[in-house]
Design a binder for this molecule. Structure first.
Ligand code: ADP
Ligand code: MG
Length: 672
């Protein structure tokens, strides 16, 4: 049986073209809203038609000329009894001359122009059939691709409109102030001339947006219900290990750290699963908060783990945590892809037996042969760097450990309200005291030698620095060549300084040796690709040079800059750029130059890039918003959020039907 979600049937070539427009079902066609309209419902008189307006006129051909200026053109003069009008064709086929015969009546559509002599003309008019009755509705113009005519799309729309009654799922009482969905869709495809006003169109569009946001919010509400129904381990702080760690710290927690820790403690003491995002700017001290949370699990005789997106970062966590917990007599286990098979099976067995208290690693921790004894808390560092897949995998492992995700890329408020509304958020909104703000400098690459001289004096007087080259996504080969060249350049120009090179292709063991030597100040200058973007914490390194900063995204620049400014010495970040700099890159550089606060940068990022790219849902196949715009449609978003709770309680079958309709071809949704 066909319904609105049936696949469109047509010949293969048409289907292929439709797919390139993302049109697969009749439902998709219904939502393929015209980009504009042409009014061909009435014939205007030539004498009364105003210049710059688009009209249909009908008249008898008086003259036909082929004129040769620079190129050939065809001029056809018609008269409708009120006045003359010249139709001008710059491109025409020989058959036009036979088609436009003197004495014939023709009907055309186009924009009236006036020439210097006050003569009215239309350039390249659209020919309409003069024998057919005029259309009752405005002629919709759809976005299309070559080979797919407007006529074809219109006929598909007409077919799709047969299923229209199936789309009204939300009872009218819930949305009294907007047209129903079926009415809105009809109105937009079959626009009556008298309705062609922006208020009426806007109301129809608002209905589409609201429906779309409802679908999104229903999904999130389901996630929320799922979450509150998942039980997890009750972890109550015993203040044994945590106390001991706090007493041994060389610093006091900031107010903000104490606050978020309290939120986390309250959450994991409940029998339901915690899914919490801990956001805090780079350097705000998220790690210690996570460590304290893990210790609560261990105090209760459960296991905890922390995973990081790169091996460098995971290893740094491992070394630091081991060091931090040295007096606590705990078994901290390292698990990463680079372990040899003997080390790996030793790690596996201590994880399985429960001998391992805290497990630290990369996504290797997700592998199916990793069996935990009693995992109660998972910390995911730099969570935005993990794919949605990997986050889902954790859910699918069959256990419901509490989850604490950490990110230095704050989620802008509107996104938090929409995509992430099933997520609890804790925010560290201050940096530890005593931090000296990082100085940011924008330097044209033609002053590179000055930067190199600066590095020379900085590194010969005890300082350390990073020199980062951007990832050239198109080509891994170019990428390596690029950092390799910079490395060679620095070795040559800075003979007094120990320089090292680190990038993704270097073996893990070698990488960790380089990072160790850098931490121990053996290496003074580290040339790197963006592998060091996240989380690396070497307080003595106080200078960051970013090559081709004009090519990098805002959050990446912010992350990179956050690698310095970790100690209490003045740090510098030099953004090298190469002219010409595109307009958007100039805007980015201005934002990063003027702002040090990650939240302000994230908001600007949202404005410059739009939410799609920030969430990365385009790549992960997650539902995109086609109509609504989170920035502009905040009121509709609020309304959708309110309605979702009411509808789900009063008419519990509607949410799933609605989701099925709006996201019929999606099987996974953004779930963090
Ligand atoms: P991030 O939030 O970027 O992950 P880290 O957790 O790596 O930051 O912390 C950055 C540095 O700040 C670390 O060297 C850490 O030891 C230190 N730190 C954390 N909390 C405090 C605090 N309350 N006072 C002083 N230093 C702190
Ligand atoms: Mg960190």
């Amino acid at each position: 049986m066909t319904n609105v979600l049936s696949l469109i049937e047509d010949d293969a070539a048409v289907i292929e073209r439709l797919h390139s427009l993302n049109l697969k079902t009749y439902w998709d066609v219904l939502l393929h809203i015209p980009i504009r309209y042409e009014d061909c419902t009435t014939i205007s008189s030539i004498s009364e038609s105003l210049p710059e307006t688009k009209v249909v006129v009908q008249g008898i051909i008086q003259q036909v000329h082929q004129i040769k200026y620079k190129t050939k053109q065809l001029q056809v003069v018609i008269n409708d009894g009120t006045s003359n009008l010249v139709l001008i064709f710059f491109h025409f086929y020989p058959n036009y001359v036979t088609q436009y015969k003197i004495g014939k009546t023709i009907r055309v559509y186009g924009e009236i122009k006036l020439d210097f002599h006050g003569n009215k003309s239309i350039i390249h008019p659209k020919a309409l059939s003069e024998s057919k009755p005029l259309p009752q509705t405005l002629t919709p113009i759809y976005s299309s691709v070559t080979g797919l005519t407007q006529k074809k799309i219109m006929s598909l729309v007409d077919q799709a409109l047969n299923y229209l009654l199936q789309v009204d799922l939300i009872p009218d009482t819930y949305v009294p102030d907007l047209p129903r969905l079926s009415e809105a869709i009809t109105l937009l495809h079959k626009m009556q001339a008298k309705f062609n006003s922006s208020t009426i169109i806007n109301k129809a569009i608002a209905r589409l947006k609201l429906e779309e946001l409802l679908a999104q919010q229903f999904i999130l509400y389901n996630k929320y219900l799922e979450k509150v129904s998942r039980t997890s381990t009750i972890l109550k702080p015993k203040a044994t290990l945590t106390r001991k760690l706090l007493d041994g710290l060389p610093y006091k927690l900031t107010k903000s750290q104490t606050q978020v820790l309290a939120e986390i403690y309250a959450d994991i003491a409940k029998p339901t699963q915690m899914i919490r995002l801990l956001q805090g700017d780079v350097g705000s001290g998220k790690t210690i908060v996570a460590t304290l949370a893990m210790l609560v699990a261990v105090e209760n005789n459960f296991q905890a783990c922390i995973i990081a997106p790169t091996e460098i970062l995971a290893e740094q966590h491992y070394l630091k945590t081991k060091n931090l917990l040295i007096n606590l007599n705990l078994n901290v286990v390292w698990l990463a892809g680079s372990l040899n098979s003997k080390e790996r099976s030793a790690a596996y067995s201590s994880i399985a037996s429960g001998a391992a208290n805290i497990i630290i690693g990369t996504h290797a921790v997700f592998q199916k042969n990793v069996e935990f004894n009693n995992l109660a808390l998972v910390v995911i560092d730099e969570q935005h760097r993990f794919g949605v897949e990997q986050r889902l995998q954790l859910q699918l492992k069959g256990i419901n450990p509490h989850q604490l995700m950490m990110s230095a890329t704050p989620i802008p408020r509107t996104l938090a309200m929409s995509y992430f509304s099933n997520l609890d958020i804790s925010t560290i909104n201050e940096l530890p005291i005593g931090r000296v703000p990082i100085k940011t400098l924008l330097v044209n690459n033609n002053r590179r030698h000055e930067v190199i001289n600066f590095i020379d004096s900085h590194c010969t007087s005890g300082g350390q620095a990073y020199w980062v080259c951007p990832l050239i996504e198109e080509s891994e080969k170019l990428n390596l060549e690029n950092v390799q060249n910079v490395y060679e350049e620095m070795c040559l120009k800075l003979p007094r300084i120990k320089v090292a090179l680190i990038h993704g292709k270097i073996k893990a063991a070698e990488k960790s040796k380089i990072m160790d030597d850098f931490r121990d100040q053996q290496i003074k200058l580290l040339i790197a690709t963006t592998v060091i973007e996240v989380g690396v914490d070497v307080p003595n390194a106080s200078v960051m040079i970013i090559e081709h900063s004009e090519r990098m995204g805002l959050s990446q620049l912010h992350q990179l800059r956050g690698r310095v400014g970790r100690g209490n010495i003045q740090s510098q970040c030099v953004l090298l750029y190469q002219s010409p700099v595109s307009e958007i890159a100039q805007k980015r550089l201005k934002v990063i130059y003027e702002n040090s606060d990650g939240f302000a940068i994230a908001d600007n990022d949202l404005l410059l890039r739009g939410p799609g790219e920030i969430l990365g849902y385009k790549q992960s196949g997650l539902p995109n918003l086609k109509f609504a715009n989170l920035e502009q449609d905040l009121d509709l978003l609020k309304k959708a959020k309110e309605l979702v709770k009411i509808i789900a309680t009063e008419q519990s079958s509607i949410p799933q039907l609605h989701i099925n309709l709006w996201h019929h071809n999606q099987d996974k949704y953004l779930s963090v």
